[in-house]
Design a protein around this ligand. Structure first.
Ligand SMILES: [Cu+2]
Length: 237
């Protein structure tokens, strides 16, 4: 027999399963909310590669959480099978993150990446896989998209990104990830100008600005591995 409480629990579980995020452009390998916590959202094989600019190009996501922390990174492997394939190229060059770590509000967001500008030897025709990591409070989630980089490729006009979430809501800069000195009680300090400006603007999540600021302080200093496993307990539902 159902009680009100059991119905509430059931609906809470259902909304968790239906929440998460989608990668809307470029087209994701696939979406399965049950498997989204897994590498590439549970879609481990390369799908049809889509043309994407070698220079600046847009990524569109849709968040079903009020506030989430996002970062994107790439693999230059033709068939990446692990997170390790997103760390270094085949000749051992380390690959910088494709974006700062940034925050998005609920709904559609977009951000730009400049993959040619990562200086890992990408050129016209290079094959890459881009993975988006998203944490809206229920753990890190992943989506992948397989690309072929084209110099001068023009994305469809409706996919251009003018309000770039990665560069207005950044919590750290991709070129200066976690070198923060340990001066505060949380073991990190918000010393980068990116963090300062993000805290000051807080534009995407005004209703949760203080929580966002706390999350930002936690994020800074963690690095990618830390953010892969650690955000669930910090970010808000
Ligand atoms: Cu979720």
């Amino acid at each position: 027999m159902f009680t009100v409480k059991s119905l509430l629990v059931a609906s809470a579980l259902a909304s968790t399963a239906l929440a998460h995020f989608t990668l809307d452009y470029p087209t994701s390998r696939g979406f399965d909310d049950e498997n989204e916590p897994q590498f590439c959202g549970g879609f481990s094989s390369v799908e049809t590669r889509q043309p994407f600019p070698l220079g600046q190009g847009p990524i569109h996501i849709d968040s079903h959480h009020p506030l989430a922390t996002v970062v994107a990174f790439i693999s230059t492997s033709e068939n990446p099978t692990s997170f390790g394939d997103f760390n270094t190229t085949s000749n051992g060059t380390s690959i910088p993150l494709a974006t700062p770590i940034f925050q998005v509000a609920e709904g559609d967001s977009c951000f730009n990446v400049d993959l040619g500008g990562l200086n890992v030897g990408l050129s016209n025709g290079s094959l890459v896989t881009l993975q988006v990591q998203f944490d809206g409070g229920d753990g890190a989630l992943y989506q992948c998209t397989d690309l072929v980089l084209i110099e001068g490729y023009n994305v469809p006009s409706n996919e251009t990104c003018t309000s770039d979430a990665a560069h207005t809501n950044a919590t750290s800069s991709s070129s200066a990830l976690p070198s923060a000195s340990a001066t505060s009680s949380s073991g990190s300090s918000a010393t980068s100008s990116a963090a300062t400006s993000a805290s000051a603007s807080g534009s995407a999540a005004s209703g949760a600005a203080s929580s966002a600021a706390m999350a930002q302080k936690e994020v800074i200093g963690w690095g990618l591995v830390g953010s892969l496993i650690g955000l669930a307990g910090v970010a808000m539902l």
